[in-house]
Structures are given as C-alpha cells and as structure tokens.
Design a protein around this ligand. Structure first.
Ligand code: UD1
Length: 430
C-alpha cells in the first residue's frame, strides 16, 4: 500500500501550477457523450476519479481517446448501452452525471444508485425530483435508478437545498428537453458555470449559470466542441493552506483568483498576506497566525472541500477557533488523526472547537477521505519530525502529482510502499 512519508518543518517556498478542476471535469466528461460528434476536452486533471469516469463512459460504448495526460477526445455516436454499472458508481458517485446526460440525449438511462460515502449519507432525491419534473418516469429497483420519458418537457424546478450535483444533472437533461426550464435555488459553484459554458459551446442555450436562477431553452441536437476546463479551486486552496501552515511563501499559478475569494478572506483573517495577480495568488505567512471562525456554505461561501485543510492550519494558530460544517454530516473524521499529531480539537455535533497548539508532532496517520487526506499531509509538512500518511489512495483520487508539486516547493516528502523505503527516507532526512 502506498504511503506518503514526510519530514516536516520546511517552509514551502516557490511557485506551483494548478491543474484542471476535477469536479468540473467529471460533469463535463458526461456532457461530451450528449452529441454524436467528437468532443475534445483539455486541461483535464490526470487523477484517479477522472480515469474511472472515462472507464464508465467507455463502458456504455462511447469512444474515448486519450490524446495526452490532459486531453481526451470522446465520441458518443456508438453508445449501445444505457446502463451505468454499480462498479463505477461505487468508485465515484459522480458517474451519476451520466443519468442526466443519457436521459437528455436518449430519453432513457439506468444508473446504479450510489450508496453513502466517507463524508456522510448523500441522498440524490433532488436530482430525481428534477428528472420527474421534466416528465421522466423515475424508478428505483434492484439498486438501479431508471429514468425514461417519451418526451422531456421544460418546466419550473425549485431545489429545496442548494445542490451542485442536482443542478448540473438537471441542467444536462433540460438542455435537450422540449421548451424552457427554470432551475431556482441553483448552485452557483464555478464548476456549474463551467458545465453550462461547455454545453453552450456544444449548442445548448443556458443562461444564468453562476446565479441562483438558471434558464434553459432546450435544443434538439448538440454538436462538437473543443473545451478547456477551469482551474481547480480546491487544489489551489490546498496549496495556499499548505503555505500558511508551513509559514511559507507560495504563488499558486493558473488560477482564477475570484474563485478563491472565500479561502483568501480566511487566510487574511488568520494573518497571512495575500497578493492577487491576474491568474495567480501569492500567500505569504511570515507572521504568527491566529484564530478565526469558519462556516462552510455553498459558493460563494467557504467550501466544505476546504474545511479539513483550514482545520489543519487553525490547529497550529494561536487562540480558539471554530469550524461549523453545514453541508455534510460526517466531515470531521480527520480530527482523531490530527489529535494523534498533537492537535487539540473537540467536535460537538457539526462544530469543531480548535484550541491552537504551537506545533504538530509527526505521527503515523490514515487518510479518511480525499480532502481530509490532504489536510493530514499539510499537518505533516508543518510537524516536527516524521509523519507517515496511510491510505493515500484517497488523496490520489483528486490531486495530480501531489507529492512532486510539494517537493518542488521544498517539502521533504516521498511516496513509499515498503518498510525499506521508509528506512531509506528516514536515514536521508536525519
Ligand atoms: C459536490 C462536490 C463535492 C462538494 C459538494 C459541496 C462533485 C463531484 N462533488 O458534491 O466535492 O463537497 O459538491 O460543494 O462535484 N443533497 C440532498 N439531496 C440531493 C443532493 C444533495 O439532500 O439530491 C444535499 C447533500 O446531502 C448535501 C448538500 O445537499 O448536504 C449539498 O450537496 P451537493 O452540492 O449535491 O454535493 P455533491 O454535488 O454531491
């Protein structure tokens, strides 16, 4: 089993390039099958979740040609199978985007129902509510969701809760429905806008993405496009917090600073200096950091996907901080691991109360999920001594060349898989 071994204590210094947004890419790959023409997608992150999604797309009979690590061509003209198997959903929930894409294009789709996941129970009732409102008959039997319609008809849909997944899935189906659809209380995340832009470049007619009312005029057919995915705001934010935790000076490049405003605001509150450039953000953490309060919220609020990384910083910032997790019910699983590294964090319901300590001490810890895994790496980079992070499989789902990028900023980190490699690293750094 692969692990990261880290000798902490080096401030991260330098520049790092951010890749394409994983969560935008997962949905955009699904939209690519909605035309019979060839779609080229660029700036694709080369991470495990994306590769699973590409397998799922091949699994329904679409042609997938990997041009290079970050570019793929997809042709959906040969799709022969409208059922997406459980093996894909089990690995990535986001393969449910094929439900909206297939339903829009073929008016029929079957996708295995996703189960719970590492950060809590994650219902998809709003996705199904949207499909039903568009006129599809939606059934769940033998673990499969089946959605079928003679005709999808545009309608007015109000989402009871702001949901990224439901907004995108409904938007995809509605893009090829008859007439006009309005989605109210829509998610405003940058990747919702990116998916809408990609669909529009394929001939769809979607307005208002990025606001809470999205208006879609259905079209009969979509066509080819060449589309480049937006930068990953969560990858960028993770490096920004790593810079803060190690009291470093890092410029994250190839980002859209506007998408990072909530993260930037919190870093300024704790005492970092931030310089915003056109497509880069520099984080300088030269002074002692102090406490703050954070609540996760839908965009433009503070992202739940940055919550564990923010905790990793607050745990070594002076004073008492609180983090309120308002999106997912089980997103504090990393707290016990940070505690093993000396952190003082108490969780009461959905609030973590963090009393800042001076320093982490390196320990052996396990990544409980993707973003929590990144938070443990951040703690390891700031810790005194050696940290080993197990289960980095989770981290590799969403971060491309994570340890190489950190190494290029001066971190002492390696990917290892044997006791001998651990000993070799320990000798090297001691
Ligand atoms: C997406 C992101 C995930 C991020 C999350 C919130 C992808 C692949 N994943 O997940 O990384 O943490 O947005 O920014 O893009 N809900 C319902 N019913 C539904 C759908 C959602 O009750 O039908 C609830 C969820 O349980 C949660 C909240 O709505 O409490 C927000 O979830 P949602 O925005 O849908 O998250 P995902 O799209 O699954």
């Amino acid at each position: 089993m692969d692990q990261y071994i880290i000798k902490g204590g080096n401030p991260l210094v330098g520049e790092v390039e951010i890749g394409g947004a994983k969560n935008a890419a997962l949905a955009i790959l699904a939209t690519a099958i909605m035309t019979d023409e060839t779609v080229t997608i660029e700036n694709l992150p080369d991470v495990r979740d994306i590769n699973v999604m590409l397998n799922a797309i091949e699994g329904i009979g679409a042609m997938v040609e990997r041009v290079d690590a970050h570019t793929v061509r997809i042709n959906g003209s040969m799709i022969s199978n409208l059922t997406v198997a459980y093996e894909y959903i089990k690995k990535i929930r986001a393969s449910y985007y094929l439900l909206g894409a297939l339903l829009g294009k073929y008016k029929k789709a079957e996708v295995a129902l996703p189960g719970g996941c590492d950060i809590g129970s994650r219902p998809i009732d709003l996705h199904l509510k949207g499909f039903r409102a568009l006129g599809a008959a939606v059934d769940i039997h033998h673990g499969l969701i089946s959605a079928v319609a003679d005709t999808l008809r545009g309608t007015h849909i109000y989402l009871d809760k702001v949901s990224v997944g439901a907004t995108i899935n409904i938007m995809m189906a509605a893009a090829m429905a008859e007439g006009k659809t309005t989605i109210e209380n829509a998610a405003k995340e940058p990747h919702v806008v990116d998916v809408a832009n990609c669909l529009n470049s394929m001939g769809a007619n979607i307005r208002g993405a990025g606001t809470d009312v999205i208006r879609i005029s259905g079209v009969e057919r979509l066509h080819k496009t060449d589309y480049s995915i937006i930068p990953d705001q969560i990858e960028a934010g993770t490096f920004m917090f790593a810079a803060a935790a190690t009291r470093g000076d890092v410029t994250v490049k190839n980002v859209i600073p506007k998408h990072l405003e909530a993260t930037t605001a919190k870093l300024i509150e704790v005492g970092c200096e931030i310089e915003e450039l056109d497509d880069a953000v520099r984080v300088v953490a030269s002074k002692p950091l102090h406490h703050t309060q954070v609540t996760t919220l839908p965009y433009p609020g503070f992202p739940t996907d940055m919550q564990p990384q923010m905790s990793a910083v607050l745990a070594i910032s002076e004073g008492t901080s609180t983090i309120t997790e308002s999106i997912f019910e089980n997103r504090f699983k990393y707290v016990d691991e940070l505690t093993r590294m000396g952190a003082s964090i108490k969780v009461e319901s959905n609030i973590a109360i963090i009393t800042g300590i001076e320093k982490y001490t390196g320990a052996r810890v396990s990544a409980p999920d993707l973003r929590a895994g990144a938070a443990l790496v951040i703690a390891g980079l700031a810790a005194e001594g050696i940290t080993i992070v197990d289960d980095i499989y989770y981290i590799e789902r969403g971060y491309e060349s994570f340890h190489e990028k950190l190494e290029s900023l001066g971190a002492q980190i390696e990917k290892v898989s044997t006791e001998k490699e651990i000993q070799k690293f320990t000798l090297k750094v001691s």
